[in-house]
Ligand binder design. Structure first.
Ligand SMILES: NC(=O)c1ccc[n+]([C@@H]2O[C@H](COP(=O)([O-])OP(=O)(O)OC[C@H]3O[C@@H](n4cnc5c(N)ncnc54)[C@H](OP(=O)(O)O)[C@@H]3O)[C@@H](O)[C@H]2O)c1
Length: 329
């Protein structure tokens, strides 16, 4: 089968198309013929090991010191496809079932086939979504749902999303609207109309305006980007406001949490949900999709062979929504 191998950490040139052995499902596994996967900012960060301090060391520990270990050298954390065969003990799925899935830190989606455990983060694909649209749901969707549920958003509350037009942000806008919030999306100029089209009541172009200077305060600030300190946003939070940080980078979280709590704010960061919780979350996202309350925003499509180009495009920062990779089509 064809697969894109991450041969070492570095530029997109480290991603090479190779012919490798097609996997065979174990007794408790399903063999999926992949029809679509995605390239996310997180994929690019793992390919280039663009992490700082402790997180870089932990990523080397997890993925491989000098280069991704063999079991991690096919990147890609989300996919959609059709089941080609099932292991002898599989009961939840059957040959021909269309599925969508998150492979998380097992990666493996940059290929024509992948074996997934029957009890993994795998569900039957929503009927009203194509493989391409469904492949773009898990990574951003599960992150957005995890944090917004923690904020327990009430009808009429005001939510600001920083980095609102990316993989996580585009789902966060739609979920915040689903919970009845008034939503302000902050992102680059190219994405303003897209953010409005998926429900943002107000949009701010971060290259022109610093929302922390406009004197407006919010019940919830969902910071998808990180890379700033909480104190920058404190004055934009209402009393008892909630700050959600989706990209912790292991920086001085504890000190910031203490500062937030002292000033009556809530500071929420980190996602340690267990598999059972994540499967329930993906089920919830699927229900919203089938009710027409959640859709995927797709910016560009590339075939499997052009994944290095897709990485180059995602790293330009011009992406709005998701970049989808078509496979076996
Ligand atoms: N499990 C995890 O921990 C996990 C999972 C998924 C993602 N992440 C991380 O979370 C981050 C976001 O993920 P994503 O997939 O949503 O990224 P993304 O698709 O790249 O979206 C990020 C968006 O934020 C925008 N942005 C950049 N700086 C901004 C600023 N100062 N103010 C407002 N918007 C700004 C970007 O615009 P430009 O294009 O103009 O820069 C881009 O549109 C990534 O670093 C990713 O690695 C972590």
């Amino acid at each position: 089968m064809k697969a894109i191998i991450c041969t070492k950490y570095g530029s997109p040139d480290v991603l090479q198309l190779k012919d490798i052995e097609k996997p065979t499902p174990k007794d408790n596994e399903i063999l999926v013929k992949i029809h679509a996967t995605t390239v996310t900012m997180a994929d690019c960060e793992m390919r280039s090991l663009k992490f700082s301090g402790w997180l870089k060391f932990l990523m080397r520990l997890g993925l491989g010191f000098m280069r991704p270990r063999k079991k991690h050298n096919i990147l890609g954390q989300e996919l959609a496809g059709k089941i080609e065969s099932v292991g002898s003990e599989v009961k939840l799925f059957k040959k021909g079932d269309p599925i969508f899935a998150s492979t998380g830190f097992n990666f493996g989606a940059y290929a024509e086939y992948v074996c997934l455990p029957e009890d993994g983060i795998v569900l039957i694909k929503p009927d009203n979504m194509s493989y391409e649209e469904a492949a773009a749901v898990p990574t951003g969707g599960l992150e957005a749902l995890h944090y917004l549920r923690k904020a327990n958003i009430q009808k009429g509350q005001t939510v600001l999303i920083r980095g609102a037009s990316g993989s996580i942000g585009t789902v966060a806008i739609q979920l915040s609207k689903y919970y009845g919030a008034k939503v302000t999306g902050v992102d680059n100029p190219k994405s303003l109309e897209v953010m409005k089209s998926i429900g943002a009541d107000k949009v701010i172009d971060y290259t022109k305006e610093d929302f922390t200077q406009n004197g407006i305060t919010y019940d919830v600030i969902f910071d998808v980007i990180g890379k700033s300190s909480y104190s920058d946003f404190q004055k934009s939070l209402k009393k008892n406001g909630i700050y959600l940080l989706a990209n912790p980078q292991l920086k001085l979280i504890n000190r910031e949490k203490r500062a937030a709590n002292k000033s009556g704010m809530k500071y929420i960061s980190g996602n340690m949900d267990d598999k059972k919780e994540v499967i329930e979350q993906l089920n919830f996202l699927r229900k919203l999709i089938e009710e027409g309350k959640l859709k995927s925003v797709i910016d560009k499509r590339y075939p499997l062979e052009q994944i290095p180009e897709a990485h180059r495009y995602v790293e330009t920062g011009k992406k709005t929504g998701n970049v989808v990779i078509t496979v076996n089509q």
